[in-house]
Write a protein that binds this ligand. Structure first.
Ligand SMILES: *Cc1c(COP(=O)(O)O)cnc(C)c1O
Length: 395
């Protein structure tokens, strides 16, 4: 039989029937601890009662009316996100890539306003910004780009976390009008910016009138132990993009902007049929409320610390384990060699994990994970990594 779904993914041989909290149940009734949350999406875990109720209520009222009209939930979610981020306004879309597209379009409008004919956005090595043509061009991975040339013009690349490389670009390229980066690279392998980097970058952006645009698609919505990851610093960006966790599983993305960047889009410059519809925004509002009411951002911080401490304790002296790093519940374990086989081994052991950048075990559990569940995660994962390391050592 031919597969009628295009083969864009190598799928694991499992599918799930339902879930509750951090647990998923497959069609054979086997339980799995979900430590990847559908790639950082299920921030409230599975079947969160209040999220479910608010989606159900909204579905019974109104699904969609389009952006030709006022959308009350969209306005309410924009108010919340602006209050939480310090940004001035929001554009809603349906995915992370679309949010970044909006940011890139803002950067180009901003460049033209400054009389730059070929506005250029600085992007990072190891970045991931999505799969549309502009966002795959912005991504710093040949795997994402290969076969899709010609790529989009108007990007220039720099090493991640290297301020002097950026100073050089500023000196030599007067077409630059903005920089787009992830505060912690997700797909790139949980790469954390050096302390103080965002402050230095803010100063550089101010000096050269660049927009500082942060891709918080993965790091946003409480994931790292602050609502947005830049809030670990004192810096205010000009543009913030988020998606993944924002809808708790409903597709929604947002591009937030402040100051001059918030004034650039005028009617006709940008749009979306589905973006910001009443249902998606009801989910977004439920997530934002639950993050605050259930103290889930604090939980991400505390459980993240427990996770990193526990992993370091068990794996710190294991040969073949390079580092454990991350912030909050965005954690990577870098191993000395490709370790994709761990995903299937974890699946067999009832644990859902992911490996990114070939050598980094990535953990993005739901923000509702409790102390016992973090311990179970550590107790299930560590023997697999110890075994992986022992086999590699013996070979
Ligand atoms: C997942 C991700 C994207 C792309 O989001 P989609 O919703 O898949 O388009 C963009 N940027 C970052 C940092 C991501 O993690």
């Amino acid at each position: 039989m031919t597969n009628t779904v295009m083969s864009t993914y190598n799928r694991l041989p499992v599918s799930f029937s339902h879930g509750k909290g951090v647990w998923l149940v497959d069609e054979q009734d086997k339980r799995y601890l979900d430590a990847i949350s559908g790639i950082g999406v299920n921030a409230l875990g599975h079947a969160h009662p209040e999220l479910t109720r608010r989606i159900q209520d909204q579905a019974g009222q109104l699904l969609h009316t389009s952006n030709l009209y006022g959308v009350k939930n969209q306005q309410a979610l924009a108010d919340q996100l602006c209050a939480l981020s310090g940004m001035d306004n929001a554009f809603f879309c349906n995915s992370g890539a679309e949010g970044n597209e909006a940011a890139i379009k803002l950067a180009r409008l901003y460049g033209h306003k400054r009389d730059i004919d070929r506005p250029t956005v600085v992007v990072m090595e190891g970045a991931f910004h999505g799969r549309t043509l502009a966002t795959l061009t912005a991504s710093g991975s040949r795997k994402v780009q290969a076969g899709f040339e010609p790529l989009v013009n108007g990007f220039t690349r720099a090493p991640f976390g290297d301020i002097s490389a950026l100073e050089n670009i500023a000196k030599n390229n007067s077409d630059v009008c903005a920089i787009l980066l992830e505060p912690i690279q997700g797909e790139g392998g949980i790469n954390v910016l050096p302390d103080g980097f965002l402050e230095q970058l803010r100063a550089l952006c101010d000096k050269h009138q660049w927009l500082l645009m942060l891709d918080e698609v993965q790091t946003g919505n409480g994931r790292t132990g602050k609502f947005f990851a830049y809030q670990h610093s004192t810096v205010m960006p000009d543009v913030v993009v988020t998606a993944k966790g924002l809808g708790g599983g409903m597709p929604i993305g947002a591009c937030l902007a402040r100051g001059e960047a918030a004034e650039l889009f005028k009617p006709g410059n940008h749009g979306t049929t589905f973006g910001g519809n009443p249902l998606a925004c009801a989910a977004g509002l439920a997530v934002v409320d639950a993050l605050q009411n259930d103290k889930l951002i604090e939980n991400a911080q505390q459980r993240g610390q427990q996770l990193v401490d526990g992993l370091n304790q068990r794996l710190g002296n294991v040969k073949g384990v390079i580092t454990v790093r991350g912030k909050g519940l965005m954690v990577g374990i870098e191993l000395a060699a490709a370790c994709g086989e761990l995903v299937q081994q974890a699946l067999d052991a009832g644990l859902l994990i992911n490996v990114t950048s070939e050598k980094v075990v990535r953990l993005l559990p739901p923000l509702v994970i409790n102390q016992d569940e973090v311990q179970q995660l550590i107790d299930t994962l560590c023997p697999l990594i110890e075994n992986w390391a022992a086999q590699r050592d013996a070979a």
